[in-house]
Design a protein. Structure first.
Length: 128
């Protein structure tokens, strides 16, 4: 469901199913702005991974499910597996861990992935 229109409806349905009658109620719980959440539910804004991480526990769904729904993860990546880089393609199955632990692992992996991309690996760059 990487279509943003589908995600907007999905988000609205999840919010109502989770017992949040208004956007403001959910926004306060998640510590995100009501305006941002409103834009997400009206197809005007694509939520970032950090926003999805805040929403997931309050909506009663896995962080990876929201990441997939928005299009950050491909369908084959949503089975709560993490590929260990540099380990010969081995995969670590974390499906038996509590949801909170799974979210922490995904957040940590995302942090290191972004850190690598930005060149902030803690090593001094060689000067020529």
């Amino acid at each position: 469901m990487s279509n943003i229109n589908d995600f907007a409806s999905y988000l609205r349905d999840l919010r109502i199913k989770a017992g949040y009658d208004t956007i403001d109620d959910l926004a306060k719980e998640c510590k995100i702005s009501s305006a941002s959440l409103c834009r997400m539910e009206n197809n005007k804004q694509k939520p970032g991974p950090s926003t999805l991480q805040k929403l997931a526990p309050h909506l009663g769904v896995a962080y990876s499910s929201l990441m997939s729904a928005v299009g950050y993860l491909k369908d084959e990546e949503t089975g709560a597996f993490i590929s260990i880089i540099g380990s010969g393609g081995k995969k670590l199955d974390i499906t038996d861990l509590p949801e909170e632990d799974q979210q922490a692992i995904f957040a940590m992996a995302e942090y290191y992935k972004n850190k690598k991309r930005s060149g902030k690996d803690g090593k001094a760059k060689k000067q020529r």
